[in-house]
Design a protein around this ligand. Structure first.
Ligand code: SAM
Length: 169
């Protein structure tokens, strides 16, 4: 089970990026996202995607970061441009254990670097939490996220031209 912990979320400034973190996590093989700041709007957006496109991805906002970390039973991974190389680090992670995957928004407090079992970089340049999440999740799931079935009301049929969407009963 993979849980994302999004820290430093600022309601106005980060609303789109945090929503994108949630949507990418949902599709790329994570099970749940926890967001430190209470933000009902983001919860509604994600639940409305579940309602239409299926799956049971969970979102909880307004969590206490320290409590989540202190009580975590499993591996803690922190994505940071200062971390060790992705490909080498991923090999060391036991995917049978629960993973708490931390991504920041504003400056990440020092203790996160210390408590993480793995500080992992997706390249050593600053970019985006959304991209870092997508690439990490792709590697940790060995690309298998793509075959995940969501069994939603709406299902998109891949096609070269146009939009083919079926509505399931
Ligand atoms: N300035 C912040 C700091 O010093 O901690 C980082 C801000 S960055 C826009 C937001 C988040 O994106 C980071 O906390 C990290 O989780 C993720 N991120 C950005 N670039 C990354 C990289 N190259 N590798 C891994 N994660 C990255």
């Amino acid at each position: 089970m993979i849980t994302i912990l999004r820290i430093g979320h600022r309601i106005q400034r980060d609303k789109r990026i945090t929503t994108h973190c949630a949507l990418v996590s949902r599709v790329f093989g994570a099970d749940k996202i926890l967001v430190d700041t209470l933000d009902k709007k983001i919860e509604e957006t994600v639940l409305s995607i579940n309602k239409r496109f299926g799956g049971n991805f969970e979102i909880i906002t307004g969590v206490k970061t320290k409590k989540i970390i202190d009580e975590w039973k499993g591996t803690i991974v922190h994505l940071t441009m200062y971390g060790e190389k992705l490909d080498e680090a991923v090999k060391k992670i036991d995917t049978k254990k629960n993973i708490l995957l931390i991504v920041g928004a504003e400056k990440v407090p020092r203790y996160i670097y210390e408590i993480a079992d793995f500080n992992i970089s997706v390249g050593n340049q600053p970019h985006s939490e959304v991209a870092a999440l997508a690439v990490f999740l792709d590697r940790i799931t060995k690309g298998k996220w793509i075959d995940k079935k969501f069994n939603g009301k709406l299902e998109i049929m891949p096609c070269n031209k146009g939009k083919k969407v079926i509505t399931n009963k």
